[in-house]
Design a binder for this molecule. Structure first.
Ligand SMILES: O=C1O[C@H](COP(=O)(O)O)[C@@H](O)[C@H](O)[C@H]1O
Length: 244
């Protein structure tokens, strides 16, 4: 695991992009799973503004780590956010976008998306293995759409599961821990002071945190995990032995 601490969200976006470009430069094409939330929104804006032409977007096939069970036109939709902040602003072939159908019956859609992953993504030991998997972490320690109260879903045998938001009751479709930890390269992007307590617990008390927070269970078998965080999210870490 590596930890990269950026001064601010702009530097975080830059650091993640450089990391992604290195992986892109080594492969003919890559599969990339996006996440939703505020941190990726800022990243997508950054890409659209500064990297619309210097990244070969056609080399990338886009998937999602999770989706809210709403239509693609709903403001809650992770797909809608990516479309408005990225896809509408750069050249990406429509057939390279593999969205989760949040408007469908959740259980059926989780099964359908698992089939999409099996068909479109190379497998390692029978499990689809994304080249790059982007994750966020909620203030409660959730990642993708596996929430602390449903941490058992992490260990599902399925590739995709149906979670439920603990406050709103909104259904969500999410990659399971099995799929997340099979990815070749995983990046967790966290920004803001509100995440600082969980960041400290997860980084400094990993064993305890793994029993409580899905984000603490991210540990790809490839060993390639990078936490990209801004200084605010990192501010409660006891020491800072990490390079940027
Ligand atoms: O609900 C979600 O939240 C997490 C974290 O998002 P952020 O706004 O705190 O950056 C995100 O990773 C997930 O994809 C999304 O559905």
């Amino acid at each position: 695991m590596k930890i990269k601490i950026a001064e601010d969200i702009a530097s975080l976006n830059k650091a993640f992009t450089e990391w992604m470009k290195t992986i892109l430069s080594q492969q003919e094409e890559i599969t990339l799973a996006l996440s939703g939330g505020s941190t990726p929104k800022s990243l997508f804006d950054y890409w659209a503004k500064h990297h619309a032409t210097d990244i070969d977007w056609e080399k990338i096939k886009f998937f999602w780590s999770d989706e809210r069970c709403v239509p693609p036109t709903d403001n809650e939709s992770n797909y809608k956010m990516a479309k408005e902040h990225l896809f509408d602003r750069i050249a990406i072939p429509e057939e390279h976008i593999f969205r989760i159908y949040g408007e469908n019956d959740p259980e059926k859609e989780a099964k359908r998306y698992a089939e999409v992953l099996k068909r479109e993504i190379k497998t390692v030991n029978g499990i689809p293995s994304f080249d790059i998997l982007m994750l966020g972490m909620g203030e409660d320690g959730h990642t993708a759409s596996i929430f602390p109260l449903q941490i058992h879903l992490w260990d599902s045998e399925e590739l995709c599961i149906v979670g439920t938001h603990p406050i709103t009751g909104q259904k969500r479709i999410s990659l399971s821990g099995k799929t997340i930890n099979a990815a070749q390269n995983v990046a967790i992007l966290v920004a803001g002071e509100a995440k600082a307590d969980k960041v400290k617990e997860i980084i400094e008390s990993k064993e305890t945190a793994q029993k409580r927070y899905p984000a603490a269970k991210v540990s790809p078998t490839s060993g390639n995990l990078v936490w990209f965080m801004d200084r605010e999210a990192a501010k409660k870490l006891a020491a800072e032995p990490y390079s940027f």
